[in-house]
Design a protein around this ligand. Structure first.
Ligand code: UZR
Ligand code: MG
Length: 248
């Protein structure tokens, strides 16, 4: 099957739908445990319910782009002393290249990050020309070149105490002890949030207080995305001709 990149546009395949010329990119930023993934999931759920075009929607986590650690850094990570909330913890160039490839409709592999071993498996999730891409992470809007690739930017703004409570529960499930979690939070996570994540809020198009609990904000965002993706209106769907089913 000819890929979208090869044909130049999408008038070939992929279900009863019109293929967009390029994917629609939505960035979701916000502090740790603010509910970024839950907001993505809720938006996607409602989009699916409302959208009969069968578009392929995916979520990519910035965590997939944590850089590989050297031996010293691995030791620090095990003791909770490596700063995973600092921009330097990410392989920014790789993330940028992956996103550019997605914009150009090239098939790509997203690595899968393991929070217990602090390593990533290269053989993660294979993506081939998704139509709508959500990218979520604490520093999604930190790097200008990445930030500029988004068509819509959302920032999930949840109280710090709510986030800490969730973070503790999550880290306990990841096998860490309470003292270690709280030390890491006060010495690294919180200062990095204030220095690197919070200042990116100004780049957001929409700020969502209370995260996934904010059903009104989520409904408004879903309606807006739908409007933008409407075939007759959108640069993403310039031609509204229905296509032939060809799922393989
Ligand atoms: P979210 N993180 C880990 O806990 N372990 C790792 O190996 C890699 C990342 C944490 C990271 C950050 N901080 O606060 C959080 N630490 O994952 C980001 N320490 O993920 O946005 O889902 O909270
Ligand atoms: Mg997360």
């Amino acid at each position: 099957m000819a890929s979208r990149a090869e044909t130049g546009n999408d008038q070939n395949t992929y279900g009863l739908m019109t293929r967009p010329n390029k994917p629609f990119m939505i960035g979701i930023g916000g502090g740790t445990a603010s509910g970024k993934s839950s907001v993505c999931a809720k938006i996607i759920d409602q989009l699916r319910y409302l959208d009969s075009n069968g578009r392929q929607v995916v979520i990519i986590s910035q965590d997939a782009f944590y850089r590989d650690l050297n031996e010293d850094e691995k030791k620090k990570a095990i003791k909770g002393e490596f700063n995973f909330d600092h921009p330097d913890a990410f392989d920014y160039k790789r993330m940028l290249q992956t996103m550019k490839d997605l914009t150009a409709s090239k098939p790509i592999m997203i690595p899968k990050y393991n929070y217990i071993s602090c390593t990533k498996e290269e053989n993660g999730v294979f993506l081939e020309q998704p139509d709508v891409i959500f990218v979520e992470g604490i520093l999604t809007f930190y790097f200008k070149e990445i930030r500029d690739l988004f068509h819509m930017k959302l920032f999930v703004d949840t109280d710090a105490d709510t986030r800490l409570a969730r973070r503790v529960n999550r880290d306990v499930l990841r096998g860490r002890d309470l003292e270690h979690i709280l030390n890491q939070y006060t010495s690294l996570v919180k200062p990095a949030f204030e220095e690197f994540c919070l200042p990116t809020k100004k780049y957001a198009d929409v700020i969502i207080p209370r995260g996934a609990d904010n059903t009104v904000a989520i409904e408004l965002i879903v309606q807006h995305i739908q409007e933008l993706l409407r075939p007759s209106k959108s640069e993403f769907f310039p031609d509204s001709k229905p296509l032939v089913i060809d799922y393989e």
